[in-house]
Design a protein around this ligand. Structure first.
Ligand SMILES: Cc1cc2nc3c(=O)[nH]c(=O)nc-3n(C[C@H](O)[C@H](O)[C@H](O)COP(=O)(O)OP(=O)(O)OC[C@H]3O[C@@H](n4cnc5c(N)ncnc54)[C@H](O)[C@@H]3O)c2cc1C
Length: 406
């Protein structure tokens, strides 16, 4: 017996996707129960928090959690370019702060969050999904609801048990140190490409205020099965121009995580079920960016849940509109990111040197749009008018062909 026997919606996972879905559904008056397996919302950290100032502000993230970046260094072994922005385009967020803020908002809207509660398997009634078995404080508990939202991240906790989700054939494995240093310039970020940093993938330096800096390395598996933590430890002990700018430092936290890199799953809904965030593969593969999408698509799932409950129809026929909504906004970008990533993960060090040298002369707005994965006609015409030479590159050629159909 528990005090949450029958809900409108159960959300599994208290990351950005789940919290955003819970907030949206609760704000529309639904009874919402969110189950999070960790002991705390937003901790331990499994991500880096790199994102975009304008987009996160539009998604309602308060300024105090957004650390603005004005300078970007992109390096390979033998090449480098720097962009100085006059307004903050890139930002690094305070992960724990943002997640706790969303949890607070979801709770104040009437949702209930239970930490230390691990969803284990789906429950069915007359063949229909109607809840989950979970372990809470070491005890087995059953929670029932009219519908479920699986936002459990890379583990896809419930849908995996239902046999729905596609396997994460390719995924990014990341390791990050959160360090304290007063040597690094706090409004500057760095991205490093090439095998000095990662055999397939990239390394980053993300400051987020008050002398805190996240330094990490991501590896695309199974193209490389190198251990990112080992790579990071080795790199931090080098005398590279970036590590020199970080020293001296103390390591306060180690963050580890995995992110899907196989494109989105075939179907993100079923009877009484929606799948959101990393669990649905809603990630822009080139940078492994998923927070912005999780926040936005989580909201779409929460709002669709509210409409479904209002219409008393939680069938997959009704919930299909959720998939239509998110694919309209992000479907093409996720697909193109995936395809371009397949190309660039085969780049040699010499190729990265060449690309970075070319990028020196590319319009900063184009670089920004490419990093954001804003793949649309506006980007194609911007490249055409400002840096047409970029179309010599396979990844950009493919982008133009897919978007313009020419
Ligand atoms: C190393 C690394 C660096 C990254 N850097 C960035 C970045 O800079 N910018 C960016 O935008 N994206 C980044 N990403 C990707 C980003 O973290 C994800 O796309 C994003 O967190 C997805 O949100 P989510 O809510 O779907 O999943 P998650 O954030 O993974 O949240 C899922 C939640 O579900 C919980 N959970 C799992 N199983 C269960 C269960 N059985 N029961 C209850 N709860 C459960 C987990 O504890 C977790 O809290 C990075 C990823 C990694 C691994």
């Amino acid at each position: 017996m528990n005090s949450f026997e029958q809900q409108d919606v159960i959300v599994i996972g208290g990351g950005p996707a789940g919290l955003s879905a819970a907030k949206a559904a609760a704000s529309k008056g639904l009874s919402v129960l969110l189950l999070e397996k960790s002991l705390e919302i937003g901790y331990p950290v499994h991500t880096s928090g790199g994102s975009w100032t304008k987009e996160l502000t539009e998604l309602g993230i308060p300024n105090k959690y957004i650390h603005p970046i004005f300078h970007l260094d992109v390096l390979s072994d033998n090449a480098k370019f720097t962009i100085d922005y006059t307004k903050s385009e890139i930002c690094i967020i305070d992960i724990r702060g943002v997640y706790q803020h969303l949890a607070e908002e979801a709770s104040l809207a009437g949702g209930v969050i239970l930490t230390n509660t691990i969803a284990r398997e789906p429950i069915y009634e007359n063949g229909k999904l109607c809840g989950v078995k979970a372990v809470r404080n070491g005890k087995l508990v059953e929670y029932k609801a009219k519908m479920l939202i699986d936002a459990s991240g890379f583990s896809s906790a419930i849908v995996r048990k239902m046999g729905i989700e596609k396997k994460n054939v390719s995924y990014g494995n990341g390791a990050e140190y959160e360090i304290i240093t007063n040597s690094w310039q706090q409004d500057k970020t760095a991205i490093m490409l090439g095998s000095t940093f990662s055999p397939v993938g990239y390394a980053w330096v993300f400051p987020y205020g008050e002398n805190r800096v996240r330094v990490g390395i991501g590896v695309v598996a199974p193209k490389s099965m190198a251990n990112p933590l080992e790579l990071l430890e080795n790199y931090m002990n080098t005398n590279h121009e970036i590590t020199r700018q970080l020293k001296p430092y103390s390591i306060l936290e180690v963050h580890l995580g995995a992110v899907p890199n196989s494109g989105y799953i075939e179907k993100s809904y079923a009877d009484n079920l929606m799948i959101v965030g990393d669990a649905a593969g809603q990630v822009l593969g080139i940078a492994g960016e998923g927070i912005r999408l999780a926040l936005d698509i989580g909201r779409m799932a929460g709002e669709t849940a509210a409409n479904a409950i209002k219409e008393q129809d939680t069938s997959e026929r009704f919930l299909k509109q959720y998939e239509t909504l998110w694919k309209k906004k992000y479907g093409l970008s996720i697909n193109l990111n995936h395809a371009m990533n397949e190309i660039i993960t085969n780049y040699s060090d010499a190729k990265w040197d060449k690309v970075i040298s070319i990028m020196k002369d590319v319009d900063p707005d184009i670089i920004l749009a490419l990093m954001k994965g804003n793949f649309d006609m506006k980007l194609v015409s911007m490249i055409l008018t400002r840096n047409p030479g970029l179309f010599a590159y396979n990844a950009i050629k493919m982008l133009r062909k897919t978007i313009s159909g020419k």
